[in-house]
Design a protein around this ligand. Structure first.
Ligand code: OFO
Length: 171
């Protein structure tokens, strides 16, 4: 059982996660038009992972016997300027998502909602990994100082990412 206030906040997070998916799909499309096939692959997989996050929240709300309410998804940016800028945007967005997850944890603690707190811990851990991955790619990109060979090498590396459904998740 969760409160109506918690259900509302979790429904809001479904929107945030779907927006993340939408944003990364837009970044994937932008990367394709720049000839950055590896970047496009990385963002495409990131977009799919975000839908998995949204679906995790979706099932949790339903499992708690509350209605899911899907919100309008804002239109994402479509011009990301260059490889460094696009990953700076990703980092900024993930920091926003981390804050939103922390807000949910704060609410769960305030309401002594142990089930939701336990459910959210997966996301707390996931956000550490997400930010670390993005920081690492951003550091590498900054080292290249926009040198074509460096970008080419990073693009090749990003092309190797594959989609893995997180353990215990069914969609
Ligand atoms: Fe769902 O973690 Fe990124 O946004």
């Amino acid at each position: 059982m969760i409160t109506k206030k918690m259900a509302k906040a979790l429904n809001e997070q479904i929107k945030n996660e779907i927006f993340s998916s939408y944003l990364y799909l837009s970044m994937s499309a932008w990367s394709s038009t720049q000839g950055l096939k590896g970047f496009a692959n990385w963002f495409y997989i990131q977009s799919k992972e975000e839908m998995v996050h949204a679906i995790k929240f979706y099932h949790y709300v339903l499992d708690q016997g509350e209605p899911v309410e899907l919100h309008e998804i804002p239109k994402p940016e479509k011009d990301f300027k260059n490889p460094v800028k696009v990953f700076e945007e990703v980092l900024k967005h993930e920091q926003f998502i981390t804050k939103s997850i922390y807000g949910l944890v704060d609410l769960a603690l305030e309401e002594k909602d142990h089930a939701t707190n336990a459910f959210l811990q997966w996301f707390v851990t996931e956000q550490v990994e997400e930010e670390a991955n993005v920081n690492s790619i951003l550091d590498q990109l900054k080292l290249t100082k926009s040198d074509g060979n460096g970008i080419f090498m990073i693009d090749k590396e990003l092309a190797t990412r594959t989609f893995v459904l997180p353990a215990g998740v069914t969609i």
